[in-house]
Design a binder for this molecule. Structure first.
Ligand SMILES: [Zn+2]
Length: 123
């Protein structure tokens, strides 16, 4: 494989896309955190709905925090020249996968392995 076949850095457009995604995720995260800071309504018919909304928003917050971490990791990796390298097995990540999911830090194989492990742990 030629050295140029391996993707180790971001093009300016890709970097911009990632940084925009990061900014958007942060804004959304702020909004959700503000919402979660408001006092819950402990009385009336709205209480159950409120609890449900909070649960849903907490899950979203967690997912977005994880996404931010992934974006930061990808940006750091690009700076070090290791972008597109799987953080688990060290092999290059499929370029098509990177195009669809620029913040990904795992190749498909490792992602599947980790997801299976997470599902087993959740059972
Ligand atoms: Zn891997």
């Amino acid at each position: 494989m030629k050295e140029t076949d391996k993707k180790k850095t971001l093009s300016p457009e890709e970097r911009k896309k990632l940084e925009q995604e990061r900014a958007q995720t942060q804004i959304e995260l702020e909004r959700l955190r503000e919402y979660l800071k408001t006092e819950p309504d402990p009385t009336g018919d709205a209480a159950d709905l409120d609890a449900y909304e909070r649960e849903k928003n907490l899950a979203l917050v967690r997912r977005m925090e994880q996404k931010l971490e992934e974006i930061d990791y990808a940006l750091r990796a690009a700076k070090k020249g290791t972008y597109g390298i799987c953080e688990r097995c060290g092999k290059p990540i499929d370029p098509a996968r990177l195009a669809a999911l620029p913040e990904t830090t795992l190749c498909v194989k490792c992602k599947n392995v980790l997801e299976k492990a997470a599902r087993r742990a959740a059972l």
